[in-house]
Ligand binder design. Structure first.
Ligand SMILES: Nc1ncnc2c1ncn2[C@@H]1O[C@H](COP(=O)(O)OP(=O)(O)O)[C@@H](O)[C@H]1O
Ligand SMILES: [Mg+2]
Length: 253
């Protein structure tokens, strides 16, 4: 089957642990719910966890005879390919050498039989190093969203990530603030844990769109750990936020 990928979206950050995988998987689900064909590529060599988040870590993909890699179907509109399928055990750290890393990412992008996709969403490894660079180079028309948390250290790294995306001429769909606030489970009051408008200010300063803020939501962790990410359930407030962000991305296409 021939690949026809209309849009690509790299989800990246300057730093690990800011919620990149969480946002990649929930945005993918949100876009798939809108009837779009979505491919999700877990290219985080150092911590692939999308298969786990989607509860398909035991589905091994076999090449289809012509060294093609077939995605795992999550539902009618969503399919996944993960580096996790190529490593023997998720708790074994792998020491990748530069060329081996490049090779595996190249295979991911070129040899996967995605078929027709409206969007290919790529969860890239953290930082502005080799791997996001190689992914971006293989996808010259790639778009990007940058994820940050509101703490100063993450903000500093996100500025680097924005500059990096600009340097690579990626189309920047915008900046997402994750873990912005917390709703008190007792009284419902919103607690802003850090400066509440710092991420929006950075977006303004760098002249890129601000896509929205995702609160700290314990449901994200519970649902992510159970293999059914939050956005699969329409009853959560945070699901609505993912929908607003997805709509902003579609409007910028
Ligand atoms: N908004 C949020 N609310 C609560 N927990 C979150 C949120 N975003 C991410 N997490 C949790 O934080 C951890 C790190 O998120 P992850 O998406 O794996 O980050 P990254 O891919 O950037 O390393 C995960 O356990 C995830 O469930
Ligand atoms: Mg991750």
């Amino acid at each position: 089957m021939e690949n026809k990928i209309k849009n690509t979206l790299l989800v990246f950050s300057g730093k690990g642990g800011v919620g990149k995988s969480t946002i990649a998987v929930n945005l993918a689900i949100t876009l798939a719910k809108k009837g779009l064909k979505i491919g999700l590529l877990d290219a985080d060599i150092h911590g692939p966890n999308l298969a786990l988040m989607l509860g398909v870590q035991d589905k091994i993909i076999f090449p289809d005879g012509e060294s093609q890699i077939l995605p795992v179907e999550i539902n009618r509109n969503l399919s996944l390919v993960s580096i996790a399928y190529f490593i023997p055990s998720l708790d074994t750290p792998i020491i990748w050498r530069g060329p081996a890393k490049m090779k595996i990412i190249e295979r991911f992008v070129k040899e996967v039989t995605w078929g027709k996709l409206d969007w290919l969403i790529i969860d890239s490894p953290p930082g502005t190093g080799d791997e996001p660079l190689s992914v971006a180079q293989l996808l010259p028309k790639a778009g990007a969203i940058i994820v940050t948390t509101p703490q100063d250290v993450s903000l500093l790294d996100s500025k680097k990530a924005i500059n990096f995306a600009k340097k690579l001429n990626l189309k920047i769909y915008g900046l997402i603030e994750n873990m912005s606030s917390l709703e008190c489970p007792h009284c419902g009051k919103i607690i802003n844990l850090f400066k509440s408008d710092s991420v929006a200010k950075i977006a303004k300063q760098y002249e890129i769109p601000f896509l929205g803020s995702i609160p700290i939501d314990p449901e994200i962790v519970i649902s992510g750990d159970s293999g059914k990410p939050l956005a699969m359930n329409n009853n959560f407030k945070t699901t609505e936020i993912f929908l607003l962000i997805a709509n902003k991305i579609l409007n910028k296409k």
